[in-house]
Design a protein around this ligand. Structure first.
Ligand code: MEV
Length: 302
């Protein structure tokens, strides 16, 4: 049997715009998904308490079989520390952790680049549209500057103390990506420059992070533009303003929006910011953005 794990993620800058080829900055978090996989005589059995995770695990198994040209009977159990449909990348973590687990049981050696590629394909096939952001972070860990057109992932040396606020509202990434697409088609002259501006913010944030400069204001501008694209909600805005009022240097929604999570950059007053989020009736989690990518947690050969 083998147990693999992969981290969830937060997008620091560039969500939605990354679907149209702009760069994104994202980081792995200290919460992970665990996949327990055991060989059985025949068939594929997948157990997960979250139905969404099940679909990604199933697709990941199919792709691993296809890619390696090998097959076996499998018993898979998915355990997750990440709330599903929250914008913290649980589907990407399930996909890459499953691909690594299955490849290990099949005796196939896949590189991280291959795992990231297959994980992205699993997301694309289940969701219809997805950038490589979430699966890249879950595979490689750390903080990455992602250039989707070139499929290039550049590691950034940054340790960012973040507070994550979770609205508790589940939402569909697919639907939110579709809504932005419709808005873009309806008002191309207005929406295309917003997408380009988000790209400019992301590039400037990368430059500042590399020079140890503050990125709080850029987070605030990025949030305003995401709100303009229609992906924020009253609750997300409430958390963003509560965090800023409690002293966060910057705060924005993270991931697809429509509910899910927001992040606050609060190097000095994380406690106060976390309490302000909790006062709005939401869960706050303090996390460092520097997690390790997909890995084998346990392997037993029998
Ligand atoms: C979802 O975590 C981020 C989006 O940009 C979609 C994607 O990149 O696939 C909204």
């Amino acid at each position: 049997m083998v147990i693999t794990s992969a981290p969830g993620k937060v997008i620091l800058f560039g969500e939605h715009a990354v679907v149209y080829g702009e760069p994104a900055l994202a980081g792995a978090i200290d919460r992970r998904v665990y996949v327990h996989a055991t060989k059985i005589p025949s068939g594929v059995k997948i157990v997960s308490d979250k139905s969404k995770d099940f679909r990604y695990a199933k697709k990941a198994v199919e792709l691993a079989f296809d890619y390696t040209g090998r097959k076996c009977g499998l018993d898979i159990k998915v355990d997750s520390e990440l709330p599903p449909a929250s914008g913290l990348g649980s589907s990407a973590a399930v996909s890459v952790a499953t691909i690594l687990a299955v490849s290990k049981l099949l005796g196939a050696k896949l590189s991280r680049a291959e795992i990231a590629k297959l994980g992205h394909r699993a997301e694309l096939e289940v969701q219809g549209a997805a950038s490589p952001t979430d699966t890249a972070i879950s595979t490689f860990g750390g903080v990455l500057f992602i250039q989707p057109k070139k499929q290039k992932y550049q590691r950034i040396n940054a340790t960012l103390p973040m507070v994550v606020g979770y609205t508790g509202i589940e939402r569909s990434t697919k639907m939110l990506v579709q809504n932005v697409k419709s808005l873009k088609e309806k008002f191309p002259e207005i929406v295309n420059p917003i997408i380009k501006d988000i790209g400019k913010i992301t590039r400037e944030a990368k430059r500042r992070l590399e020079n140890n400069e503050d990125v709080g204001e850029l987070m605030n501008i990025n949030h305003g533009l995401l709100d303009a694209l229609g992906v924020s909600t009253e609750k997300l805005n409430e958390l963003v303003y509560a965090a800023r009022n409690a002293g966060a240097k910057g705060a924005k929604l993270t991931g697809a929006g429509g509910g899910g999570c927001m992040i606050a950059y609060a190097p000095k007053n994380a406690e106060k910011v976390a309490r302000a989020i909790e006062k709005c009736g939401c869960a706050a989690l303090k996390t460092g953005i520097s997690g390790e990518g997909v890995r084998v947690a346990f392997k037993y050969n029998n």
